[in-house]
Design a binder for this molecule. Structure first.
Ligand code: COA
Ligand code: ZN
Length: 320
């Protein structure tokens, strides 16, 4: 059989997939997913070879009741493979709870746009940054690494364009606090390939010490194209959610992340390694649909990988 042609532009040989479905996905589900089911979902993905999880959030249970069981989730997941479990943290109370629950790293998050930060965490961006300085000092004492996330990094549902300078400014502040890994969140699916290219290049220029992670939502159908644009820029960390679960409860008409299995499928077809077993992942995506009780947007779980052939007997012959 003829081999599929390899992608011609140089791409990274290997990338890390960070599964955010248990956090970004489940936080916006209308029904609370029972703790045992959340743990089962994460452990299923550990078995598929996923080694990085944003497992939950230590936020106010009033703001995000779906994740009120953050501690119990952290305590129930399979830690035997060395998979890394990070969680979102907005303030000192969240940091204390996350460290007590034994997370591998805190992910401090704020928005690049002022209005989204006010809506999401009820304070200005400057207050978020002040809180983060204190949290970084506290986490350093506990010897827990801290990463940073920047929401609305490609556009804001309330303000429109978000200047790249704002993203760079926050990234620099994160670096000064001692962070080495940051994530650019496309909270409402406003990223486009030119914006991804622009922001990756600006960060590489201004803060080359930072390892950049990309987080896209497929709200406007260009999520995977944005991920591919990131690959071309040499990015090696991508966040995605199983089945394409997700959204954001604090923005109108938000939809899910790019789906983990579609991303892994694309990467493998481009010769980029992930360490993830695609077949297992596709089955896990189907189990997630059962767990949630509705069809999820992921596509490869429906069509199968491209070389999954069908028996001719199962397809009717056209007679027109
Ligand atoms: N974990 C648990 N409870 C928390 C908390 C945390 N991290 N932070 C605050 N609380 C509790 C306080 O103890 C207080 O409870 P009480 O009224 O019973 O005393 C209450 O929440 C209000 O505290 P306050 O510090 O005034 O917070 P706030 O009302 O200004 O809300 C946040 C700020 C950040 C806690 C809240 O907006 C939040 O959790 N946002 C998360 C949004 C999110 O997850 N978005 C999705 C990711 S993009
Ligand atoms: Zn998101």
């Amino acid at each position: 059989m003829q081999q599929a042609p390899k992608a011609h532009p140089p791409l990274p040989k290997r990338v890390d997939i960070i599964e955010v479905g248990p956090r970004d996905g489940l936080q916006s589900e209308p029904e609370f997913v029972p703790t045992a089911r959340k743990i089962e979902l994460i452990n299923d993905l550990v078995s598929a070879g996923i080694r990085h999880f944003e497992a939950t959030s230590f936020v106010s249970p009033r703001a995000v009741p779906q994740l009120r069981d953050a501690k119990e989730v952290m305590q129930g997941v399979d830690r035997s493979t060395g998979a890394q479990f990070t969680t979102l943290v907005p303030n000192m109370k969240g940091a204390e709870r996350a460290i007590e629950a034994g997370v591998d790293a805190l992910v401090l998050f704020m928005s690049a746009s002022e209005s989204h930060n006010l809506k999401n965490v009820n304070c200005t961006r400057e207050t978020s940054l002040e809180r983060f300085r204190e949290i970084c000092a506290f986490a350093a004492q506990a010897d827990v690494p801290v990463q940073g996330a920047i929401a609305t990094a490609f556009g804001c549902p309330f303000e429109g364009e978000v200047p790249v300078a704002e993203v760079v400014r926050i990234a620099k502040a994160y670096l000064e606090m001692g962070m080495r890994v940051i994530s650019l969140g496309d909270t409402t699916g406003m990223a486009t390939p030119p914006l991804v290219q622009e922001r990756c290049r600006a960060l590489r220029e201004a803060v080359p010490e930072l390892e950049v992670t990309l987080h896209f939502h497929n709200t406007r159908g260009v999520g995977l194209v944005c991920a591919y644009t990131g690959l071309l820029e040499g990015i090696t960390r991508f966040e995605a959610s199983i089945g394409g679960l997700g959204g954001c409860p604090f923005v109108p008409r938000a939809t899910g992340n790019i789906s983990t299995e579609d991303l892994v499928y694309m990467l493998h077809e481009c010769g980029v390694g992930t360490g993830v077993d695609l077949e297992h992942l596709l089955e896990a995506a189907q189990r997630t649909e059962t767990l949630i009780g509705r069809t999820l947007p992921g596509q490869v779980m429906k069509a199968g990988p491209r070389l999954k052939t069908h028996s001719m007997d199962t397809v009717a012959t056209a007679n027109g």
